[in-house]
Design a binder for this molecule. Structure first.
Ligand code: CTP
Length: 411
């Protein structure tokens, strides 16, 4: 799949460097040409010999390497690549790249090129969460650097949280996506996310506590599999991912209109927490206290059910329609009934009863309900739920379910 693609692989100094050996092997299995660059710190974790043996190429280490300068200067080294991958991307490498420093071979290569860059960060949880690292991350993103991971989980240092480098297969998927080659390349997928705000008057509204985290993670995961993603989002706390087509809305009615405008799509995933009702007698001007002691009476009208509307479209219905269900009891029973009532293909149900810590948390425990029945997934981070669900969507769209064979893309 990656036949002939030239990848310049910068290996930073972190315990996760050992996983990069597996990544090199998998890249070469797919026909990629890997040129490895090992930082001084990287060489503390993996040896140049094992890297060059797996890559089938010499390892570049020092900036002032006269032989290499004569044969191929460092500028040429980075420009001849189709993609630069930095794995593990340490806090130090990210800082150098963000501030445009050129003090060793790795940072000079990153500065001397306009080749697309993909980074797979790996570091201690506290380091990852430090404002300096988050600032560098935002800067690099605004410079169009792509990221894969980090994942949540237990780290080599024993702490738990975000900071683990993405697994080699995930990095591989992100590399393929960077080349527009993922399993969903050429496919259009729609995702709704976040809460809606239903106005009471021009300054007040009714809302809910949805952060938009699961929808954003899902849009990123679908993008990483190569899909073109239309992301219709209410006013969420979590920002939309890079590299998706963002449509911002406030109300349920606006969300329905934006969804209809974004269709057709091959799959649509409705992760938004849409308000069931809007204020029917919303005021055109700010409501004033009239001194009578009486509060104004709000009247409500039912909002359109976006998921049900799209599920029941007579023409142009996406091949796969996925809804979410937040339940507090009888999760499978209620969510299964919701799937039939709304007419969607799958429902991703989760138990949001107090005590699970799921609402507003970083983890989720979901049940995937389809015509085939209920599939309980173990408790995992929302990012992992997103990647797993995106993988299932890709399988559904690209594999003929009756034969188990890949389908020819119609896109
Ligand atoms: N949904 C939607 N439009 C609405 C309400 C909900 O598209 N007006 C979608 C949500 O995005 C989600 C699914 O429907 O994918 C389920 O939402 P939920 O609020 O759990 O369902 P309700 O219809 O509100 O059912 P109930 O109140 O019985 O739980």
């Amino acid at each position: 799949m990656l036949a002939g693609k030239k990848i310049l692989l910068i290996i930073g100094g972190g315990i996760a460097a050992y996983k990069v050996l597996d990544l090199i092997r998998r890249l070469r299995e797919r026909g990629a040409v890997v040129t490895p660059v090992l930082t001084r710190a990287g060489a503390e974790f993996v040896t140049p010999l094992s890297v060059s043996a797996l890559a089938g190429a010499r390892v570049h280490e020092a900036l002032f390497d006269l032989t290499a300068e004569a044969e191929m200067g460092h500028i040429q080294l980075s420009r001849s690549a189709d993609l630069i991958v930095v794995a593990p991307a340490t806090a130090d490498l990210m800082a150098k790249a963000a501030s445009g420093r050129a003090e060793d071979l790795a940072s000079t290569l990153l500065l001397a090129t306009d080749t697309p860059v993909l980074m797979a960060p790996a570091m201690n949880v506290r380091m990852w969460q430090h404002p300096a690292v988050q600032r560098n991350l935002a800067l690099l993103r605004s410079d169009a650097v792509r990221f894969v991971g980090p994942n949540e989980g237990e780290m080599a240092c024993g702490e738990v949280g975000p900071g683990r480098m993405a697994e080699p297969m995930e990095i591989l998927a992100a590399i393929e996506a960077a080349f527009g080659m993922g399993p969903l390349a050429g496919r259009h997928v729609l995702v709704t996310s976040g809460p809606t705000h239903e106005p009471i008057d021009p300054v007040r509204y009714i809302a809910n506590r949805s952060s938009g985290a699961q929808g954003a993670a899902l849009a990123a995961a679908l993008r990483d599999l190569g899909a073109r993603v239309s992301f219709v989002t209410g006013p969420a706390r979590v920002p939309p991912p890079e590299g998706v087509d963002v449509v911002r809305v406030e109300t349920a009615q606006q969300m329905l209109a934006a969804v209809e405008a974004a269709l057709p799509a091959e799959a649509a995933v409705f992760a938004a927490a849409v308000a069931d009702w809007r204020v029917a007698n919303a005021a055109g001007q700010k409501m004033k206290k009239d001194g009578s002691g009486h509060a104004p009476a709000l009247e409500f009208a039912e909002n359109p059910d976006i998921l049900a509307t799209v599920s029941r479209m007579a023409e142009g219905r996406p091949a796969l329609v996925v809804g979410f269900a937040a339940e507090t009891e009888k999760v499978v029973e209620h969510a299964s009934a919701k799937r039939l009532r709304k007419g969607c293909d799958w429902i991703v149900a989760n138990d949001v009863s107090p005590g699970t810590g799921i609402m507003g948390g970083t983890e989720n425990a979901v049940v995937l309900i389809s015509e085939q029945g209920a599939e309980h997934w173990p408790r995992m981070s929302k990012d992992v739920v997103a990647r797993r669900l995106a993988g299932r969507i890709a399988d559904q769209l690209t594999v003929d379910q009756s034969t188990g064979q890949p389908m020819i893309s119609t896109a």
